[in-house]
Design a protein around this ligand. Sequence first.
Ligand SMILES: [Cu+2]
Length: 282
Amino acid sequence: MRKSVYWVKSFGLVALLLASMLISACQPRAAIPATGAEVTFTATDYAFEAPDQLDAGIVTVTLQNNGQEVHHLQFMKLNQDVTFEQFTSALQESEAAALPLVEFTGGAGAIPPGQSEQVMVELEPGNYVIACFITDADGVPHLAHGMIAPLTVVESSNQAVEAPAPDQTVTLKDFEFELPQSIQSGRQIWEVVNNGPQPHEFTIVRLAEGKTMDDVAAFMQSPDGPPPFVEAGGMQALSVGKRGWAILDLQPGNYVAVCFVPDPDTGKAHVELGMVMPFTVP
Ligand SMILES: [Cu+2]
């Protein structure tokens, strides 16, 4: 769910928001609690090396990007009686036809080659799909190149993992982000909650040193040289009422939160409907 062309169209709003950015004060950092279930998903160009079965509950997921391209990891729970094959054939028709067949349960946001990111997702028993929606240089989503796989989540008799105590909370809704009033640098647990009604994601990019949203808009209009931003992870799409936790280690700098989930009525990405918000990590 990353279609860079939308950056250009949303530029006016971004400039406005950038002008209203606030710098907030520091607070002490909390420790990251130990958790039970931990599993690594490795992304390459273009496949996931991943388990095909997980225990239900709160699962700590590491996305390791061993590819040469940016990748993310989206978990989707298939609706009752929908098969993996039905979902993939609907996807071949269009994203709009396929997305109503699933519930979004989060995942690791986009990260650059060579990097890793940890998130915690809450998975009920059922049949799932993992996928990468990021597009290649020709606009073809990575899932069409093979970055899509079925995953079964089974009832577990293990001790349930408790929800972590978050350091920061982000609320998603149509069509805006409610970011924490005080953002701190360093390793933090960001709880992401979707109040909907549509599915939303919390994708983060960091502006390169000395770059502004002007540079981002210019790059998107005619890509030339290195991009003026770098992907910084986040939480993949969540359906309404769902939550997830991104364990982020943001260094001081200028960032932008953005949602590329498509609006079913207009076909526009949420970023075009205003779901983009710059923020500063002091
Ligand atoms: Cu959204």
